[in-house]
Design a protein around this ligand. Structure first.
Ligand SMILES: [Zn+2]
Length: 298
């Protein structure tokens, strides 16, 4: 049994990319006409052909747009007096490679006292930071020793879950969706996808406020998941779902030792489910093989 006394508190990390990634209508393939649904933020609409669907149906694979650049990043944590802090890193128009490297070294220092936590950091944030800094080993080491509940879900279930859904299911603080721009107007559909354009337009405060809300919400979700020992959310059909965690939230590295997800049925149906090995391919083939022990199902 682990003693809670020795458990490090969590520190939640997130970053915003500098390059806008276009949305594409899956129906008419237009990239210039995808707009948010006027009432439901989970939906997008194509005002060229009228197609309407879940936002993710309009998403393109970000890998084809690399390098993405990093505009800013943040870490939320509580100090020993229970006071919350948010540490920022930023660059204009984007962080330079030495600035990203310096951020990774800062994170190494924080990791001495805190357990770093992300939502999809294994499949995004640390990979982007590795590429932007050139320090794959440093990013990989931070990543393998941090906790990423979405990576845990990938390992256990073979699919991904949005942070917003987990935040709702855990009764946690929600993400910021409205930000104030420098001319005093408000933007109601703020999201990570909008951040690159805003940053390029010099709306630094709006993006940093959004990012701050993001890491504060993330820290709350992480702490609630850790305290509850499970992740709860509502499925698309509205049913309550719970995924239990045996013991403490496992690190990314520890997730490779979990019993594999049952993904055969998804592959049989022509799907391409994410696996720990696929998500972490950016650290290198040999490094991944060392983690899976050569088990091909991972
Ligand atoms: Zn269309």
């Amino acid at each position: 049994m682990q003693l809670d006394f020795f458990k490090k508190p969590y520190a939640a990390f997130d970053l915003e990319i500098a390059k806008p990634i276009p949305s594409e209508c899956p129906d008419c393939k237009s990239r210039d006409h995808v707009i948010p649904h006027f009432a439901d933020r989970s939906l997008s609409v194509c005002d060229n052909c009228g197609y309407q669907d879940q936002n993710w149906r309009f998403s393109l694979d970000w890998r084809q747009f690399m390098p993405l650049g990093i505009s800013c990043a943040a870490l939320a944590f509580f100090d020993e007096f229970g006071k919350r802090h948010v540490k920022f890193w930023q660059g204009r128009p984007q962080m330079t490679p030495p600035e990203v490297a310096s951020m990774l070294f800062d994170l190494q220092a924080y990791a001495q006292r805190y357990t770093l936590a992300t939502w999809n950091g294994a499949g995004f944030d640390f990979e982007v930071a590795a590429l932007e800094s050139g320090l794959v080993n440093v990013a990989s080491d931070l990543c393998l020793n941090h906790v990423d509940p979405m990576f845990y879900i990938v390992a256990r279930k073979g699919w991904r879950l949005k942070l917003d859904k987990a935040a709702a299911g855990m009764g946690a603080v929600r993400k910021v969706h409205t930000v104030t721009l420098s001319d005093g107007s408000t933007l109601d559909h703020m999201s990570g996808a909008v951040a690159p354009e805003l940053w390029a337009e010099g709306e630094y405060t709006a993006v940093l406020n959004y990012l701050e809300g993001d890491v504060i919400a993330l820290l709350d979700v992480i702490e609630k998941i850790a305290a509850a020992g499970h992740i709860a959310w509502q499925s698309n059909s509205g049913r309550g779902q719970v995924l239990h965690i045996d013991g403490q939230l496992p690190t990314v590295k520890q997730c490779f030792s979990l019993p594999p997800a049952n993904i055969a049925w998804m592959i049989n149906k022509g799907g391409d489910p994410p696996t720990p090995a696929k998500v972490m391919q950016w650290i290198g083939k040999e490094q991944v093989a060392a983690l899976t022990g050569g088990r091909s199902w991972q």
